[in-house]
Design a protein around this ligand. Structure first.
Ligand SMILES: [Zn+2]
Length: 425
């Protein structure tokens, strides 16, 4: 409506202008050689306007002719795009419906219309994978990985395939490439951690692990793999500082300190570890080199002074006191422990040893020894290092079970029936 009004106003102005010019009159004089042409001014204006219009139409026609191929191409491309998009949508629907063969047909159609766009390649790989054609899927994923804009998508798909077929070295290489393509991807971090554990690359697993107590076993395992003794010592210290209750770390750290001439510091480490979680291996390391049985009791008392009422402390002192002929002290500790309900087989066996050590070959003594042995048979077994996965026992802690090949499953405990200490790696 507004446009019509504008046209009307322009037309009215034009007509008014022509009428004004016609009323003005006047003559345009043109001289070409000897010929002289006289034209009324209004006719000259009309002629000039007509000539301008004609020229404009001719130029517009030429421009349209020149643009025609590009416009036809754009129209064709738009059609292809529309058809390709429709095929992609149908492929998505087919994938969601669990009909991968139909999805493959639609994806092929989409790739014909759209070319190898990341979306088309991604759907093609998914369709091939669902159809069970892993090699064809890998080919498509390689194409995807070659595109700088979709490299991560391709590598992620290839990584998933490598994990599925258990090809860990390839998976780890792909994970590193994917990390370079998309640094800091949360999903990738998780995958790399799992892969590092699988590959027993403890240093990498330690670098990727979330901060906390779970770092201690990884640091200790990495120390065992470390060829440089200084770095190994640092990792052992890190393991101990991260979790003082993780006995193997304290043992390794203390051993390294003792070998380096810091026997006092080594003892402090063992005392600190005992305070955090008493363990017979700590006592063994603490008493190493001390052969006098009375001195052994004294040294053990130093170790347990931070945690003297713990069952492991009472058992340790009871056993050492027996050997040192401090039978009264031994009986006090062991009987208190036996009455506490926290005693395991070792306590009753130690009490039986005590009866034997006292050497009173009386009927009462023999009866007491038999009673302790009966109680030992019925008591909980002693705790050991064992795998929570397969139950295999081990002499010492290790980051993975050589029996069932599980990682992070070796813990200290009495066995499945009493709940093994949770694995830490
Ligand atoms: Zn195992």
């Amino acid at each position: 409506m507004r446009r019509a009004l504008v046209y009307l106003a322009l037309l009215a102005l034009g007509v008014a202008g022509i009428m004004a010019v016609a009323r003005l009159g006047g003559i345009v004089e043109m001289r070409i050689g000897e010929v002289e042409i006289l034209v009324p001014f209004s006719a000259f204006l009309l002629f000039a306007a007509a000539l301008f219009l004609l020229l404009h139409l001719v130029l517009a026609g030429v421009g349209a002719l020149r643009r025609w191929p590009a416009r036809a191409r754009a129209r064709r491309e738009a059609e292809h795009r529309a058809q390709g998009d429709a095929a992609l949508t149908r492929a998505l629907v087919a994938l969601a419906a669990g009909t991968p063969d139909l999805a493959r047909i639609e994806v092929t159609r989409a790739r014909r219309h759209l070319g190898d766009t990341p979306q088309a390649l991604m759907l093609a790989a998914e369709a091939e994978r669902l159809a069970g054609r892993e090699e064809a899927a890998a080919e498509v994923l390689h194409l995807l990985a070659k595109r700088p804009d979709a490299r991560f998508l391709g590598l992620r798909g290839l990584l998933r395939q490598a994990i599925q077929r258990g090809d860990w070295p390839t998976a780890q290489r792909l994970a590193q490439e994917a990390e370079a393509a998309q640094p800091g991807a949360a999903w990738l971090r998780q995958e790399r951690e799992t892969l590092a554990l699988r590959m027993r690359d403890w240093r990498e697993a330690l670098a990727l692990a979330a901060p906390g107590a779970q770092q201690a076993p990884l640091a200790l395992a990495a120390a065992a793999q470390e060829p440089d003794p200084t770095r190994a010592a640092e990792l052992e210290r890190l393991a101990f500082q991260t979790d003082a209750a993780f006995t193997p770390a304290a043992l390794a750290h203390a051993k390294r300190l003792k070998e380096g001439g810091s026997a006092r510091r080594a003892r402090q480490v063992l005392e600190e570890a005992w305070k955090a979680r008493p363990h017979p291996d700590l006592a063994e390391a603490y008493l190493e080199g001390e052969s006098d049985s009375l001195a052994r009791v004294r040294v053990a008392e130093q170790l347990v002074h931070g945690n003297p009422k713990h069952p492991e402390a009472r058992l340790l002192i009871g056993r050492l006191a027996t050997t040192a002929a401090l039978t009264g002290r031994a009986r006090q500790e062991l009987e208190m422990l036996a009455a506490s309900g926290e005693a395991d087989r070792r306590v009753f066996l130690a009490l039986s040893d005590l009866e034997e050590y006292e050497g009173r070959d009386t009927p009462e003594s023999r009866a007491a020894q038999a009673r302790w042995l009966r109680q030992a048979a019925a008591a909980d077994p002693e705790p050991r290092w064992r795998c929570t996965e397969c139950g295999a026992e081990r002499k010492a802690w290790a980051p993975h079970c050589t029996h069932c090949d599980a990682t992070g499953t070796i813990g200290w405990g009495r066995g499945p029936e009493r709940g093994v200490i949770a694995p830490r790696a």
